[in-house]
Design a protein around this ligand. Structure first.
Ligand SMILES: *Cc1c(COP(=O)(O)O)cnc(C)c1O
Length: 451
């Protein structure tokens, strides 16, 4: 019985899969927050590369991956698909469990799959510097790595709470030549406004996005880059699912359940969308596809499908998505990542249409699953990925009850080597379970923009 299912370098996909060609209905338009008009390419041109804007709205089913991008992806791709024999045995489940491991990239997660592509297209457009935000530091370090390979400068606004708690990610960004600034910062109008109200704030992704967008919008040779949520990011991540389908076929397996954790939705989309295509095509009507998230930031399970800003200050396009309200600030006791208030419009639409499902978990049950995984499969997963592990174990236990031999596939989106303080807090019993209260969600949702 095989443990690792490996593809050859030549099998790295030559095209990305674009689910916009196959949606049950088209995405709703995004709106310009200043003019109230639908967004056109000219609205995005000041901060995004031309080709990325084209990809954002493209309905071509497949889009060719440039050779320069493929060359760099081969540093770690195709990534391995593992059969989790030891976890299966420990659970005593008849289910077969597979995981796609994205922790093999140099920064340790799936995020460089899009960082490389984005840095490449910006370089092609003559851009010299990219500004971005980062939460736990995974995205910042991925973009630092990517921009370095294409000779671009990089400034990362890092959520203050993580900047203080996770210094190693900041050092990685430095190793890859980027500048890392705690957010909110006094360098931008958005940052100064927040600091005036609350000098002790631990920040949020929404605030950091506002700072990075403001930085990029003010300079013609600086562009902005987002590590999740947008359509072109989901597109670039599709290599995960495309490879996984090949690898499952090599093991003569077919997925019954596909699982990914969802913050902004990109690693989930990357694994799931090529499978969603089969479901929409009627090839696998019974396939269950589950996005999993924390009860402390329950975007899909408790949020509203509505128009909202992507950031706190209201600089970004207004998009229709599942949201907890752009002013949502996750509780600082929440250690597991996945803290963004919104969700990728593509993932949101599929959730709204009932094509995909969602589940939410408390942080102790999530870390309990992560530790079980480490003690069987060896890999210490990122706390984000641990949400997927929790769902996998629950689904496998359901199979044990029913006797069904389902095939469960999940995206192990990254390793947790720089998140060990969260594991430490779990072992110390210092992680309170927290469910974001319904009345606070309702409060935050009062501020939705009108379109
Ligand atoms: C950033 C990150 C996530 C969450 O982001 P998505 O866009 O939802 O994928 C999940 N896992 C890891 C390891 C991450 O670094």
């Amino acid at each position: 019985m095989r443990t690792k299912i490996l593809l050859d370098e030549n099998d790295l996909p030559r095209k990305w899969y674009n689910i916009q060609a196959d949606l049950p209905r088209p995405l709703d338009p995004a709106y310009n927050p200043q003019t109230g008009q639908p967004i056109g390419p000219e609205d995005l041109a000041p901060i995004f590369a031309k080709e990325l804007i084209r990809q954002e709205v493209s309905t071509d089913r497949y889009i060719t991956i440039p050779d320069e991008v493929r060359d760099i992806l081969t540093l770690w791709r195709p990534s391995p698909l593992y059969r989790a024999h030891r976890l299966e045995a420990a659970l005593g489940t008849p289910a077969k469990i597979y995981y796609k491991y994205e922790g093999v990239s140099p920064p340790g997660s799936h995020k460089p799959n899009t960082a490389i592509a984005q840095a490449y297209y910006n370089m092609k457009d003559g851009i010299e510097r990219i500004a971005t935000e980062t939460g736990a530091g995974q995205w910042g370090s991925s973009l630092a790595f990517a921009t370095q390979l294409f000779g671009l400068d990089c400034t990362v606004y890092m959520v203050r709470g993580s900047y203080d708690q996770k210094p190693y990610r900041k050092m990685m960004m430095q190793c890859w030549g980027a500048e890392c600034i705690p957010s909110p910062s006094p360098l931008t109008n958005a940052g100064r406004a927040i600091l005036e109200k609350d000098p002790e704030t631990s920040g949020s992704l929404g605030i950091a996005i506002s700072e990075a967008v403001e930085d990029a919008a003010g300079k013609s040779t600086t562009n902005y880059s987002l590590g999740s949520v947008l359509n072109h990011v989901c597109l670039h991540q599709s290599v995960i699912g495309l490879e996984t389908k090949e690898q499952l076929a090599m093991d003569e397996a077919e997925a019954d359940i596909v699982i990914g954790c969802a913050g902004g939705g990109s690693n989930f989309a990357g694994l799931a969308f090529p499978f969603v295509k089969d479901k929409l095509d009627g090839k696998s009507p019974d396939l269950e596809i589950i996005a999993t998230e924390p009860t402390a930031c329950p975007t899909l399970t408790k949020g509203l499908y509505a128009y909202d800003y992507g950031d706190v200050a209201g600089y970004t396009p207004i998009m229709r998505m599942f949201t907890l309200g752009h002013g949502f600030i996750p509780p600082s006791i929440h250690a597991g990542g996945l803290r963004y208030h919104g969700m990728a419009p593509l993932v949101s639409l599929l959730h709204q249409e009932g094509v995909i499902g969602s589940r939410a978990y408390h942080q102790n049950e999530v870390f309990e699953a992560a530790v079980r995984f480490a003690r069987t499969e060896g890999i210490i997963v990122a706390p984000e990925a641990a949400h997927a592990v929790r769902t996998v174990i629950d689904c496998a236990n359901e199979c044990t009850k029913t006797g069904e031999e389902k095939t469960i596939v999940f995206n192990c989106s990254g390793h947790g080597h720089f998140d060990l303080t969260s594991y430490e807090a779990y072992f110390a019993g210092a992680l309170p379970d927290y469910e974001y209260p319904a009345d606070l969600i309702a409060e935050s949702l009062k501020d939705l923009p009108r379109v």
